[in-house]
Design a binder for this molecule. Structure first.
Ligand code: CTP
Length: 403
């Protein structure tokens, strides 16, 4: 199920062939893809938004604003969200607008903002398809790196016969599947990722924890899924949705996180320890709420050290397993990260600096220095955590090949 969890943006423009799109949407949904549809105003004359929103289980977007509540349909957010954009059917007008940056509808603005691969499946009458302007626009779009799903020869709605028929939905599905198979560089890899904080109870209502939001670990899980890995995410309490396609194991304490990881680690090729594990827990958790002392002194909390999860796991690692940890430091950053890398038996460590604005806990962006035990290192720029996740996985790919 290579399309499982893939985010597909479909742009539908005005062509008779739009009638084939509900079938393609159905096929993609059956494969477990997430489908967001954008229609040009002209497309609505050929297929109804209601049919498409019912099949895709998402509202179909036709303009920059929702006419009912005025919310903005951000083309930039959609362009960043998608793993792939498919413009099908692409009419002669839409091809012309895309090739020339005429951004007068949501489909074209989103196309211009998209950072993902784009597939274009034209459909029009034979003579329109043969026209030099259409030919030139297609060539221009291909020169931008867009992929062409060439129309088929056959009987056209006009009664003429020739090239111009939208490729069949089953074939388009196959093309998209093959495309994702080709970029699934982590296919077959089992990846264990920890994320979020651990919370250590004091009594039934209080706990010790930290500010970890889990965003970095969840972004890593999402990126590993995109690359085709089989991902288990062991997560402390966070308020983030599970990336689709991951096996999520929810835990609270460091001890529970260790036990969950121990069950999965042996069969994993990679461990990425992004969780912010609490170093200490309360020695004796009170089974009732600790009451205020009313001036008769302050209660003492007896703490004991939690197990070091990554150290415990790395002590029993199998040949070929790769372990990456994180370090969040405020001073002596590089030296501390390097010493953690060695003392915890890791292959690589990602250093976050709390001194860096926009990096570290709770932020949507991050900046990391990645260090491999061989000495290879890389420092990223400040980027959204999704981008940083990509850099981290690229670094792992590079250092697995060049240990
Ligand atoms: N880690 C772990 N188990 C712990 C503590 C930390 O597996 N009990 C992991 C973290 O997930 C991270 C790495 O070890 O990948 C470094 O975590 P960090 O909190 O920076 O290191 P500590 O060993 O706790 O050192 P200190 O808090 O003293 O800086």
């Amino acid at each position: 199920m290579v399309l499982k969890g893939k985010k597909i943006l479909i742009g539908i423009s005005g062509s008779i062939a739009a009638y084939k799109m509900p079938l393609l949407v159905r096929l993609l949904m059956k494969e477990g893809a997430e489908v967001q549809i954008i229609m040009t105003p002209a497309a609505r004359d050929f297929v109804t938004p209601l049919t498409l929103s019912t099949l895709s289980k998402r509202p179909v977007l036709t303009g920059p604003f929702n006419p009912v509540d005025g919310t903005w349909n951000s083309h930039v957010d959609m362009g960043n969200w998608a793993d792939l954009m498919l413009v099908a059917p692409a009419s002669a007008t839409t091809l012309g607008k895309m090739a020339n940056g005429i951004a007068d509808n949501l489909l074209v603005t989103t196309y211009l903002a998209a950072v993902c691969p784009v597939f274009i499946a034209p459909a029009m009458d034979l003579d329109m398809f043969q026209h030099p302007s259409t030919r030139q626009n297609i060539k221009t779009l291909q020169s931008y790196g867009n992929h062409l799903i060439a129309p088929r020869e056959g009987e056209l709605a006009s009664g003429l016969c020739g090239a111009g028929r939208l490729e069949e939905p089953e074939v388009i599905l196959e093309i998209l599947r093959d495309f994702f198979k080709g970029i699934q560089s982590w296919a077959g890899k089992k990846v264990l990722i920890t994320a979020g904080p651990t919370v250590e109870p004091i009594d039934p209502v209080r706990y010790i924890s930290n500010h970890s939001s889990g965003k970095m670990g969840y972004a890593l899980a999402e990126e590993a899924i995109k690359r085709g890995a089989d991902v288990t995410l062991v997560s402390g309490p966070v308020s983030l949705p599970a990336p689709s396609g991951v096996t999520l194991i929810k835990v609270h304490t460091a001890q529970q996180m260790l036990e969950a990881c121990q069950k999965v680690f042996d069969a994993s090729d990679l461990l990425i320890m992004a969780a912010a594990v609490a170093d200490y827990r309360v020695a004796a958790v009170s089974d009732h709420k600790i009451k205020k002392q009313g001036g008769a002194g302050t209660p003492a909390l007896d703490l004991v050290e939690n197990p070091d999860i990554v150290k415990t796991l790395s002590a029993h690692r199998n040949d070929g397993q790769y372990i990456m940890g994180f370090a969040l430091e405020t001073d002596n950053e590089l030296a501390n990260a390097q010493s953690k890398l060695m003392s915890k038996g890791m292959d690589a460590i990602a250093l976050n600096s709390l001194n860096e604005q926009g990096a570290g806990f709770g932020t949507d962006t991050n900046k990391v220095t990645l260090i491999h035990r061989s000495g290879i290192s890389y420092t990223s720029g400040l980027e959204p955590k999704a981008g940083i996740a990509g850099r981290i996985l690229d670094f792992i790919e590079e250092t697995i090949v060049n240990p």
